[in-house]
Design a protein around this ligand. Structure first.
Ligand code: PLP
Length: 421
């Protein structure tokens, strides 16, 4: 038992899956204290889309610290904030025709979700929110109320209310369009579902098992909500910032959500930063009505502004689409060659293999970790092997990880077959 295991709460999680004492990291690699290299197909659960310690971001941060740039300033004006906001407007919002005001919440994803829910309730004067089955929005009470996972929900220790879960795309099988139900509920005064302030949505449910909403489904959802005067909140915390290819995951569906939550890879460096984007007409906050000590942290503004250089052109988005095609074809080949009872899921560089026998996903992930590939499972049953490499990973590194997955899938299936014989 090391001193962390002795001293840190039992609540610790990832260190149980990845048993190494990590010390340095660069690009797609983590290095443990003994100097062993671990290939990272987890990317800080989506916080490291540009890899570990990307050089231009590191330099910007080092320069800022070296000149005694102000580190902490609550939400006072700061040069670092001004530069981030101006660049975000120029590089991300304006070219996409998106008109949003930016709110800096506390620096984690769940802080942004809490603020978004509060804002939607304030804008509409309604309490009720619709969420989706298998959604994941964070660990504070408001976020837990819109999260599906029963284990996490029970951890709240209090009742979670004012939310009704609706079936996500595909929840009732391929042949059922779940929006028929949502539409019926909203149209029917007798449905028993109070008119909601908002619907909160992940376009790709990441923690919930890499469940992908179709573009047509997304379009119909947005139109339906518009017709009913219900706000659309897109939680792009895990699959925004280029994870699916474009900067925002909802771009290809042509959505313009009322409210968007971003965090994780927004700072680009693993430094905590979160925002809520809101249409200007929804900016009904009174000054200081929602505050926090670490709202917008200047070192994070510096790396976030530097990260926007990845979005000055479409090179990264195109490269992500190319790599995503490669990963998908290798995973589908693996499915075809092994004939295993699993299904491929994904969009961009979030992809997964969903196993009928849930235990297999965990065994394969553990076998990968033994070979020093960091990879996790997702889904409430941990039945999905989830691939989340950095977007900037080199082709050879991507293939190295895919080779390890292929070997481990074969090993685990062989072992299962031998045990059954
Ligand atoms: N929303 C989504 C979609 C997430 O994936 C997560 C975390 O995984 C969160 C919210 C919560 O973010 P945080 O853990 O930073 O509070």
């Amino acid at each position: 038992m090391n001193s962390i295991e002795r001293l840190e709460s039992e609540v610790r999680g990832y260190c149980r899956d990845f048993p190494a004492m990590f010390d340095r990291a660069q690009g797609a690699w983590l290095y443990d204290e003994q100097g062993n290299a671990w290939l990272d197909f987890f990317a800080g659960a989506g916080a490291l889309n540009y890899g570990h310690n990307p050089a231009p971001l590191k330099q910007a941060l080092l320069d800022y610290l070296a000149r005694d740039g102000v580190a902490h300033s609550l939400d006072m004006f700061s040069v670092a904030k001004r530069e981030f906001l101006e660049r975000f407007q120029r590089v991300i919002l304006a070219p996409r025709g998106l008109e949003y005001k930016v709110q800096f919440t506390g620096p984690t994803g769940t802080n942004a979700v809490e603020a978004a829910l509060k804002l939607a309730r304030k804008v509409t004067g309604r309490e009720h929110i619709l969420s989706f089955t298998n959604s994941f929005h964070g660990m504070t009470l408001g976020s837990l109320a819109v999260t599906g996972n029963g284990f996490k929900r029970r951890g709240a220790g209090v009742s979670l209310h004012d939310v009704t879960p609706m079936p996500f795309d595909g929840y009732l099988g391929r042949d059922v369009n779940t929006l028929d139900y949502l539409e019926a509920v909203l149209d029917d005064e007798g449905s028993g579902v109070d008119k909601p302030a908002a619907v909160i949505l992940e376009t790709v449910q990441a923690e919930g098992g890499v469940n992908v909403a179709g573009f047509e489904w997304l379009k119909r959802l947005a139109a339906l909500l518009k017709r009913h005067g219900v706000l659309l909140i897109v939680d792009d915390i895990q699959v925004g910032c280029g994870r699916t290819g474009p900067f925002f995951s909802f771009e290809p569906a042509g959505l313009k959500p009322d409210i968007v939550c971003l965090s994780k890879s927004l700072s680009g460096y693993g430094v905590p930063l979160a925002v809520v984007l809101m249409k200007p007409e929804h900016d009904v906050w009174a000054p200081g009505e929602h505050n926090g000590t670490f709202r917008g942290h200047n070192p994070a503004f510096v790396t976030a502004a530097a990260a926007l250089q990845f979005w000055e052109n479409d090179a990264l988005a195109r490269d992500t689409a190319r790599k995503a095609g490669h990963v998908a074809s290798r995973l589908k080949d693996l499915l075809n060659h092994t004939g295993m009872a699993a299904a491929w899921r994904g969009r961009g560089l979030i992809q997964g293999l969903a196993f009928e026998d849930a235990a297999l996903a965990g065994r394969i992930a553990a076998a990968c970790v033994e070979r020093k590939l960091i990879i996790e499972t997702a889904g409430v049953q941990n039945d999905v092997l989830k691939l989340l490499p950095s977007l900037t990973i080199r082709d050879a590194e991507l293939d190295q990880g895919l080779d390890i997955i292929q070997t481990c899938v074969r090993d685990v299936l062989d072992r299962k077959a031998r045990a059954a014989a």
